[in-house]
Ligand binder design. Structure first.
Ligand SMILES: Nc1ncnc2c1ncn2[C@@H]1O[C@H](COP(=O)(O)OP(=O)(O)O)[C@@H](O)[C@H]1O
Ligand SMILES: [Mg+2]
Length: 416
């Protein structure tokens, strides 16, 4: 079958790499794709938000399945649009994507469906928010912008003054625009974090191995927040906790979307905190995580395209996932100046020196002649598998050491 992959980042490069291994694949296409994805797929010059042009391209190229990587086109309704034209899409409806695009919608969905999460209240305007904060006795407290804020809309507030400042920034100064028109105030949870993704066909799900990303720029979780500096899979989570995630989070999620008639064929990504009282859902994302995907896909032995197709056709039930018993570590090589002001246009050297058993997924590069140049904050996801996390890490760092570009920065403790 011919497949169209929407997106251009490291996650999509990893998806393209994995889809290419499927015996079911005819031709792979990608919009917009990237310099690296061009090596695996046809990449026409079409905007990923131009649904009409995408549909025309699908019709002209006999596309049988569209796989959507990023959240933005999902939140804009690409899945509803193309499904309405009779094209199969792996990626949830606009309402399904609201579970990521609105923290309020997600929290209320969790509440209705008894999915364990931090207790919360929704604050609809700044004066109401200030009243609620003055009544609050427990600190720290968590204040989250309702809408998408590129991973920057969450504040852990140590005291009342910080909470009031968060309200002023998000709701009055609108530092994230209309994303802060409402906020969610949440109980502060403690524990280790990990994420679990599952493939969903609307009624059944298949859980992927748990992963852990590293959001801070510097070793030891210091420095500013980023889109993610690397990931390890599997994250060490007890079998009992994983069963709780399966039964009380993923199962209830799938039952909930079915009961509430939210069309959801795609990935549910549960951001989790493993608290002393058990796993709690911090958030849902409605697509493959980046960089988690780069550390999860190399461990999947099953034919991913067969599974995504089964999701789109609504017959995931009874399918099994074959997973390698190895570990995988993916290290992000970021540009100088990342995350504030990443430098672009630096020539990348050493790619050819990377050992053959390591994988290099391109997140932000362009190609000129025979050379790749940096073209984004996160530049490459250097990935390796090994018999345990230590071996995977050693191999990933060996590969990373072969690569260089001016200003390159990366964490030395991914997966530790
Ligand atoms: N209730 C909470 N208690 C403690 N920490 C939290 C809580 N909610 C979020 N966090 C922290 O903030 C981070 C970002 O929150 P999240 O809900 O995942 O939003 P987003 O990824 O959209 O920024 C989490 O990874 C976690 O570290
Ligand atoms: Mg998150």
């Amino acid at each position: 079958m011919n497949v169209l992959l929407i997106g251009s980042g490291g996650r999509e490069h990893a998806l393209a790499w994995k889809l290419k291994q499927s015996p079911l694949l005819g031709k792979l296409h990608s919009i917009p794709g990237s310099a690296a994805i061009k090596g695996l797929a046809d990449c026409p010059d079409i905007d990923q938000d131009d649904f009409r042009k995408i549909h025309a391209y699908c019709a002209a190229n006999k596309i049988e399945l569209v796989v959507v990587g990023p959240e933005a086109p999902l939140a804009k309704g690409i899945s509803d649009f193309l499904t309405g034209k009779g094209i199969k899409v792996f990626g949830p409806s606009q309402r399904g994507a609201m579970l990521e695009a609105s923290k309020q919608f997600a929290k209320e969905f969790m509440d209705r469906n008894s999915i364990p999460t931090a207790s919360f209240s929704v604050l609809y305007d700044a004066s109401f928010a200030r009243e609620k904060i003055k009544e609050n006795r427990k600190y720290p407290v968590v204040i989250k912008a309702d809408g998408l804020a590129a991973g920057k809309g969450v504040r852990i507030c140590a005291d009342e003054a910080e909470a009031l400042a968060a309200v002023s920034d998000l709701m009055e100064k609108r530092i994230f625009g209309s994303s802060g028109s409402k906020v969610v105030m949440e109980e502060f949870l403690t524990g280790r974090e990990a994420s679990v993704m599952a493939l969903v066909d609307g009624e059944s799900f298949l859980m992927l191995p748990p992963a852990r990303d590293h959001k801070r720029l510097l070793d030891g979780d210091a420095g500013p927040n980023t889109g993610g500096m690397g990931a390890v899979c599997p994250a060490e989570i007890t079998p009992a906790d994983l069963e709780t995630v399966r039964n009380e989070i993923l199962q209830r999620f799938v039952d909930g979307v079915k009961k509430e008639r939210i069309p959801f064929c795609g990935v549910i990504f549960a951001g989790l905190m493993f608290t002393p009282d058990g796993p709690r859902t911090l958030e849902f994302n409605c697509r493959f995580g980046d960089p988690e995907t780069q550390s999860v896909l190399p461990l999947i032995k099953s034919d991913l395209l067969a599974l995504l197709k089964a999701c789109a056709e609504g017959n995931l039930a009874g399918r099994e996932l074959e997973i390698s018993d190895q570990a995988c570590v993916s290290v992000v090589l970021a540009a100088g100046g990342y995350p504030e002001n990443p430098e672009k246009g630096k020539e990348i050297s050493g790619l050819y020196k990377v050992p053959a058993d390591a994988l290099v997924f391109h997140a932000g590069t362009v190609k000129k002649g025979d050379s790749y140049y940096t073209n984004g904050g996160r530049v490459l996801s250097v990935t390796a598998t090994g018999k345990d996390p230590e071996e995977a890490r050693r191999k990933a760092y060996e590969a990373a050491a072969a690569i260089n570009f001016k200003g390159m920065q990366y964490r030395k403790d991914i997966g530790k």
